[in-house]
Design a protein around this ligand. Structure first.
Ligand code: MG
Length: 310
């Protein structure tokens, strides 16, 4: 018989007890606060916060809780309260990247992970993408594309600069791309539907929907928003990898074209490389590979002027 033990705080313990309420049994052993019996698992909760799972389904039941409740970081997430057992449901996740990088595109990805794919996706190496390195993500992404229904949108710099100069905020651009990526995935997987959609929250619900209110088709059904969403469901972690790899691939292409490895981010290294590009290829060319409105444009021009005056 398999045994699994998890440690919970008082609030979590009572949530777990409520969840198994319909299978409750009486067990009057010392320290026991609740007990339940499923067909293949016995569950015993103790005053200490420990919950013991015994039987063939012990691991499955224990996992139901470990990923949702036990990571302290999860409680720091802002946004919707997720349903119990959320991490084991069938979810479309979406996330974006490239928003803070002067060079390169903004990318958004959405993908569907059904409950029976969760284990496989985890085995492919998907965890919180903030813990994954770029080379590792490049390795995992093709496998994810092979098994998942997904949509990846890459907003190139020229298009980005065009809509940005029309007055669109980054928030609006992101919201439009998320809505579009979700729409694509829902269309591709039809008639199947996800239990939920989880967006890695960059704006609160009201602001998000305000941004996309002019769109013809607005995805609203079963949408949840949360920060740190990549820790809450593997579908968001997978989406985050797909978005990141699309960004990296476009950076490769742009670097090749520019004849220099383009740095990520928006720091002083970025200013220097941008200045070199202005000197070799001109300011107009620079704007075709950057998010022009960033302060880096001005900083690079200042470096160029200084050089020219010396
Ligand atoms: Mg995000």
């Amino acid at each position: 018989m398999t045994n699994q033990v998890i440690q919970l705080n008082a609030k979590q313990l009572s949530e777990v007890a409520t969840y198994y309420d319909t299978h409750k049994i009486i067990r009057s052993a010392p320290g026991v606060v609740f007990a339940a019996k499923l067909t293949d698992t016995s569950i015993t909760g103790y005053k200490s916060g420990k919950v013991l799972f015994q039987g063939a389904g012990a691991e499955r039941e224990a996992n139901r809780w470990s990923s949702d409740l036990l990571k302290p970081k999860v409680s720091a997430a802002k946004g919707d309260t997720l349903p119990l057992g959320f991490s084991q449901t069938s979810v479309i996740g979406s996330d974006e990247t490239g928003t803070g990088d002067f060079f390169g595109p903004m990318t958004v990805a959405a993908c569907f992970v059904s409950s029976d794919q969760i284990e496989l996706i985890q085995e492919l190496g998907v965890k919180d993408s903030k813990m994954l390195t770029d080379p590792l993500m490049r390795k995992i992404a093709p496998d994810l594309k092979e098994v998942l229904t997904y949509s990846i949108l890459t907003l190139g710099n020229e298009k980005y600069n065009k809509v940005q100069s029309k007055g669109w905020s980054q928030g609006k651009i992101k919201a439009l791309l998320h809505n579009q990526a979700l729409k694509h995935v829902l269309n591709k997987m039809r008639p199947q539907k996800p239990d939920y959609i989880l967006i890695d929250q960059f704006a609160e619900r009201g602001i998000y929907y305000n941004h996309i209110k002019m769109e013809k088709e607005i995805i609203r059904e079963n949408i949840l928003f949360s920060t740190k969403a990549e820790q809450l469901h593997v579908a968001v972690a997978a989406a985050s990898i797909l978005a990141r790899v699309a960004f990296l691939e476009e950076m490769d292409r742009l670097s090749l074209n520019a004849g220099v490895t383009l740095p990520k981010g928006a720091g002083s290294k970025v200013d220097e490389v941008a200045a070199k590009i202005i000197l070799s290829k001109g300011e107009d060319y620079l704007s075709t590979i950057t998010k022009k409105h960033f302060a880096n444009t001005g900083k690079a021009l200042a470096i160029v002027n200084k050089k020219r005056n010396n």
